[in-house]
Write a protein that binds this ligand. Structure first.
Ligand code: PLP
Length: 359
């Protein structure tokens, strides 16, 4: 920290991104990336791309990509906003929709980036505890008259709300923005995207990072009423007008063209998730029923921290959180079938090693 950092940010606790180690070849199950390659169309578009395009600024409106995405969701391009990953959307939304008197509500256990971004912008927020089984009680969010952010599925639990629960939350807070973060929606939850025609206070954010093998390409998008979308554009133009680079725009268009490929991968990941959950349960794990590309699991005999640490020693990286309620859990991304078979083998070793120690 320099002596120039403004006072309010001294001691600021920033978001901690998942580890991206470069030293060892880990089986990387810690940041929910797709284990599958980009589609053949994306790869061939990358090879064909005229490198002179890098010389020019990108289209700041991303018009062509918006049009394609609107087609995918049966909406108009005025309903779509694109950005440099969906964290960018969260940031812009915080800047756009939170006045001095506004309070934003989030679940107590959720994507920890929300807290960081709100604290950065000095936004007041409140948390609502999940139920004991880690599910969100939709009723807690009905008629709050506060801005709301809920990921559906929630992270790191993988649990979902139904579309009718989301609709109840949105319709009962008509004068506040309800942001539904659908980073993991393609793995089995219901999207609220269609509701934006009916409710002008609903903003849905999605990303190409998880379901479209594009975490390194940084492409997120928001779906909302044309008015909400133009508010986000106002912030974009005033902070970073060319936030999505030329190459990502071109490749993301190819990704939308090959949507079937990605949705097929999602169905495969869902099957691998169910297999993994079953195997972990056989080993005595408590596995939260997930609709995302990860599972959240704890074991009654070995602490979450030990599992994280020993798995890492054995070459598998998962995500461990230190918040009290979830410190015994690890979030495990769903990789390929082979990677998950290896995970199960390593977990068996860990359990039998800890048993022989205990005896
Ligand atoms: C990964 C993730 C995001 C952001 O992903 P980007 O790579 O910035 O698009 C947003 N919300 C949740 C809940 C996530 O897990």
């Amino acid at each position: 920290m320099s002596r120039f950092l403004k006072e309010r940010l001294q001691g600021f606790d920033s978001y901690t991104p998942g580890e991206q180690p470069k030293d060892t070849e880990y089986i990387k199950l810690n940041t929910n990336e797709s284990p599958y390659p980009p589609s053949p169309e994306v790869i061939s578009r990358l090879k064909e791309t005229d490198f002179m395009k890098l010389r020019l600024y990108p289209d700041p409106t991303g018009c062509q990509l918006k049009t394609k995405l609107a087609g995918l969701y049966g909406l108009e391009k005025e309903n779509i906003f694109i950005s440099n990953g969906s964290d960018d959307i969260l940031n812009f939304a915080m800047m756009a929709f939170n006045g001095d008197d506004d309070v934003t509500v989030i679940p107590d256990i959720t994507y920890s980036f929300y807290k960081s971004i709100m604290e950065l912008h000095d936004i007041s927020y409140e948390t609502i505890p999940l139920r004991d089984d880690f599910s969100i009680n939709a009723g807690d969010y009905v008629g709050l008259c506060k801005n709301i952010i809920i990921p559906n599925p929630n992270a790191p639990t993988g649990l979902t709300l139904s579309l009718s629960e989301i609709e109840e939350i949105v319709s009962s807070n008509p004068d506040n923005v309800v942001l539904i973060d659908e980073a993991y929606v393609d793995f089995g939850a219901q999207s609220a995207a269609g509701l934006v025609r009916k409710y002008d206070n609903l903003l849905v954010s999605q990303t190409f990072s998880k379901s479209r093998s594009f975490a390194g390409g940084r492409l997120g998008f928001a779906i909302g009423s044309p008015e909400l979308i133009s508010d986000l554009a106002l912030i974009q133009y005033s902070t970073n007008p060319y936030n999505v680079n030329n190459l990502s725009l071109i490749l993301a268009e190819a990704a939308v063209d090959s949507n079937d490929y990605y949705m097929k991968n999602c169905r495969h990941i869902e099957a691998t998730r169910e297999w993994t959950s079953g195997e972990l349960e056989k080993l005595g794990f408590r596995v939260i029923p997930s609709k995302a590309n990860f599972v959240f699991a704890s074991h009654p005999e070995v602490s979450g921290d030990d599992i994280y640490r020993i798995l890492k020693e054995k070459g598998i990286l998962v995500r461990h959180f230190t918040q009290d309620r979830i410190r015994d859990y690890n979030r495990i991304s769903i990789g390929t079938d082979e990677q998950m078979e290896m995970l199960v083998v390593r977990m068996k070793e860990i359990l039998s090693e800890s048993q022989s120690k205990g005896e």
